[in-house]
Write a protein that binds this ligand. Sequence first.
Ligand code: HEM
Length: 206
Amino acid sequence: METITPTDRPTAATRFPRGPASTRLELRAATAAVHERLHHLPAFAAIAEGRLGVAAYGRLLLALHDFHGSLAGAADAACAVLGADALRAAGARRRELLRADLEAVGASAPGGAEPIALGGARAVGCLYTILGSTLGGKLIHRQLDYLFAGAAGRRFFAGAPDDGARWRDFGIRLDAYGRGLDDLTGLVEGAHVAFRHFAACVERHS
Ligand code: HEM
C-alpha cells in the first residue's frame, strides 16, 4: 500500500480543465477508480461478506478515527470557503458518533491524529471525499446487521437523517464554487489526498 503526503497529485503533471458538466460529477469521474479500489480493502470486503469480527471492526473504527481526525481542520477550512456552517457542525457530530462506536466495541479512542493541512480548492476537494463517504456508510450500516442487533457500535455508519439533504446542499455549493475556478486541478488533488489517506489509515490499523 502506498503512503501519501498532502502534496501527492493524482497523476504526475495531470491538469483537470473545467468541463461543462457539474463539478461534483467531474470529481466523481476523476476519483471513480480510487473509490472502487476501496471496496476491495479486506475490512470492507469482509463486512460485505458478513465475516469481519468485532476486534477487526474496532481497528477499522480506529482507522476512521485517524482519517476524520487528521482531516477535520481541512474540512472546517472547506466549510469556511463554501460558507457552509451547518456542514461544519455535522462533521463534528459525525466524529462524536465515531467515538461513541469505539467505546461501544471496547476500543479506546487514541489522542489527536496528525493533522493534514489543506486550504482553498484542495480543502474543498478533500471535503467532497469526506462527505461522500457518508453515502457508502449507509450501505455499510445495513451490511453490519450480522454484527450488531441494535444501533450501538454502528452509529457512525448510520449517520444522520439529514445526510442526504446535506450532500445535496454541498453539491450545489461545490458546483457554484467550481464555476468560479479556471480548472479543477486543486479540487481533484484534494479529493485524491483524502481517498489515499483513507487507504493509508486502514493499512496502518490492519
Ligand atoms: C466499501 C466501502 C464503500 C462502499 C460500499 C461505498 C459505496 C458508495 C455508494 C453506493 C455511493 C453512491 C451513493 C449514491 O450515489 O447515492 C458512494 C458514493 C461516494 N463514496 Fe463511497 N463507498 C465506500 C467507501 C467510501 C470511502 C471510504 C470513501 C471516502 C474515503 C468514499 C467516498 C465516496 C464519495 C466521495 C462518494 C460520492 C460520489 C459522487 O460524487 O456521487 N466511499 N459510495
